[in-house]
Ligand binder design. Structure first.
Ligand code: R5P
Length: 296
């Protein structure tokens, strides 16, 4: 079956990278905004009988999800044989429970919506915490690409003698994976979140930097408060200025400023979301993840 890639607005580079690695064509979706804010999606290429790969960066998902759903539905209507979604950042994974009475469990709702629209999804390191795997909430087939190999390769090139530091217990899965691949030590801090921008972080007893370069690693940097507070605590304990790595950088300018004021030497991220801190390219790993669904 032939494969064609359709890029949602903002995912043009992702689509081109996948097209060149998977040897298939890519085109841009046209999304027109009417004066009242409604959107109109137009496919610029025929898709009848083809496998369509929708490429999308789903940060700020509320604005991007409707065009994605319209595009998937239009592709189906125009005769696409199969529709896959390549979304390196899968949003709405953190609200995986009802933390306060009456709250929506948006992880599950979002999973139901996407599962009804596409035949498979390839993503990078979804925020799995209380939910063990994407299969628990996604009815459609899913493929998870790990950022750890790329992060470990990048660190091995760029940072001599790193000591990996996870800012909270949820980060241990990523920190332990990268540290294991590199054969370097890691520590995990404990975090208490009291609000969107109010977090407390504590060092584990007896942690020592041992002359190594501290590298804070988290899956998501959003407001930046988790990493900033972690850096603040490390600096308070006399450690050197840490490097920060985020798999998914959702930070705005204020978040970046916060990190730099907290004494962080450098912030880098994987390119799951276009961001000024992107330094670790995941294209080849994503393409490999997609190949698992091509079957031809
Ligand atoms: C949550 O547990 C995630 O792993 C991140 O630690 C969190 O999303 C970071 O958010 P913020 O940058 O707003 O502190």
């Amino acid at each position: 079956m032939n494969t064609t890639i359709l890029a949602l607005p903002g995912a043009e580079n992702l689509a081109q990278t996948l097209a060149s690695l998977l040897h298939c064509p890519a085109s841009m979706l046209e999304v027109h905004r009417f004066p009242d804010g409604e959107g109109l999606v137009r496919l610029r290429t025929g898709v009848e009988g083809q496998r369509v790969l929708l490429a999308a960066h789903l940060d700020h998902p509320d604005d991007k999800t409707l065009p994605l759903l319209f595009a998937a539905d239009a592709a189906r209507d125009l005769g696409a044989a199969e529709i896959g979604l390549v979304a390196p950042y899968l949003p709405y994974m953190r609200q995986d429970d009802r933390f306060h009475p009456g709250e929506a469990i948006t992880s599950r709702t979002y999973a139901r919506v996407l599962s009804a629209a596409v035949d498979f999804i390839v993503t990078v390191d979804p925020h799995l915490h209380r939910i063990a795997s994407l299969d628990a909430i996604y009815a459609t087939r899913t493929g998870v690409v790990a950022a750890a190999p790329a992060i470990a390769e990048w660190l091995a090139r760029e940072v001599p003698q790193p000591l990996l530091v996870g800012p909270d217990s949820e980060s241990e899965q990523w920190v332990a994976d990268v540290a294991g691949r590199m054969g370097v030590p890691y520590v995990v801090m404990t975090k208490e979140r009291r609000g969107d921008r109010d977090v407390q972080v504590r060092m584990p007893h007896g942690a020592s930097c041992e002359g190594r370069v501290p590298v804070l690693l988290d899956d998501i940097a959003s407001s930046g408060h988790t990493l900033a507070m972690a850096a603040h605590v490390l600096r308070g304990a006399g450690w050197g200025r840490p490097l920060c790595i985020a798999v998914h950088a959702l930070l705005d300018r204020n978040g970046l400023d916060l990190l730099h004021h907290a004494g962080i030497a450098r912030v880098v991220s994987c390119d799951t979301i276009p961001h000024p801190t992107n330094a670790i390219a995941l294209g080849p790993w994503l393409a490999e993840g997609v190949r698992g669904f091509l079957g031809d």
